[in-house]
Design a protein around this ligand. Structure first.
Ligand code: NDP
Length: 316
């Protein structure tokens, strides 16, 4: 969109405010790169929709996800990062300095850009699923499965993530009810095999979820067999949605290499993208690990890569 806003030039622009973005900001600020970070529409990222985080090192008693992200922000702030509310709406990486438009209005130019826009879990979009999100409905078994140990739980999905999460849950929970919408799974054969051989995972084929049941917390789920239209209620205390993630990479598609699922492709072992001086970290480029601690680690890598790049260009 054309506009008449004056340009602001920044040395290093960071887009995104999950563990990757804030960690990049902490490292970049300490290296005197004067980073400006735009938080996006969900400041703090996906962790702000989880409850307790028990697997992030350094919090021996665990911590609430939203609180942890406030800590990340405070730390980046204390180091001198300029943290702003706003959403990158388009980019122009065709020539340097790179241009990033915020909220379809303000244009920023930057010597280097770190992309940390994360990914968003896909949901079924049932009203009951949204209402009980965080009260038994979760899109992350590794984050929340532990709270339902020795309970019955359900999971929807049939890809590698769903298979991996069902297996993870089967080690903690008494029974895992797994709902597959077709007559077969999409997951790799080896993962399917493991799921089908696990005695406490019950697979329901050709099955859709009608409703997650519960008032303040999940106490069951109503499913429907697509072929027979028969419905059934199953008592469970948690409902895990594992139908894939969508990396938030759309605005970069014209400039960066994306894989077939939309994840930004980086040079292995680094945060470098196809465009010199543009780096990517966290879930927007990681479909395998997707943990807060791995995202933070890759944010650190991006800041170090950016620092080296700016030094080599004589810009720092
Ligand atoms: P996928 O896109 O591979 O699978 C999504 C699954 O969810 C599909 O089975 C799909 O069903 C199902 N689904 C989608 N929408 C709905 C819906 N509305 N209702 C019910 N079911 C639905 O996503 P994943 O996250 O599983 O995997 C993403 C990529 O990451 C894959 O390439 C995977 O191989 C990879 N991965 C690799 C791992 C590893 O190597 N260890 C671990 C995890 C992921 P349908 O099949 O009918 O379309």
């Amino acid at each position: 969109m054309e506009n008449n806003q004056p340009l602001e030039h920044v040395h290093l622009l960071i887009i995104g405010s999950g563990p990757a973005g804030y960690t990049a900001a902490i490292y970049a600020a300490r290296a005197n790169l004067k980073p400006v970070l735009y938080q996006g529409i969900q400041p703090g990222g996906q962790l702000t929709i989880t409850t307790e985080v028990e697997n992030y090192p350094g919090y021996p008693e665990g911590i609430q996800g939203p609180e942890m992200m406030v800590d990340f922000e405070k730390q980046a702030n204390r180091m001198g990062a300029d943290i702003r509310y706003g959403m990158a709406s388009s980019v122009d990486f065709s020539s340097q300095p790179y241009k990033v438009t915020i909220d379809e209005d303000k244009v920023i130019t930057a010597d280097a850009v770190i992309i940390a826009t994360g990914a968003s879990a896909k949901w079924l979009n049932l009203p009951s699923e949204q209402r009980l999100n965080g009260s038994g409905v979760s899109a992350c078994a590794v984050c929340d499965g532990f709270f339902f140990r020795n309970k019955e739980v359900a999971i929807v999905g049939a890809g590698d993530t769903a298979a991996e999460e069902a297996l993870y849950l089967s080690k903690l929970c008494t029974t895992v009810h797994m709902f597959v919408r077709r007559h077969e799974m999409r997951a790799s054969m080896v993962m399917q095999d493991r799921v089908l051989k696990t005695s406490n995972i019950i697979v329901y084929w050709n099955t859709e979820t009608d409703e997650v049941l519960g008032d303040k917390k999940v106490h069951g789920v109503r499913i429907r067999n697509i072929q027979t239209q028969e419905t059934k209620e199953i008592p469970v205390e948690a409902f895990f949605v594992a139908i894939g993630h969508q990396p938030n990479s759309g605005i970069f598609a014209d400039y960066l290499e994306l894989d077939e699922q939309g994840y930004i492709v980086t040079v292995p072992g680094s945060s470098k993208t196809k465009v010199e001086g543009v780096f990517a970290c966290g879930d927007v480029q990681d479909k395998i690990y997707r943990q807060a601690v791995t995202a933070a680690g890759s944010g650190c890598m991006a800041a170090l890569d950016a620092e080296r790049y700016l030094s080599a260009k004589g810009l720092h």
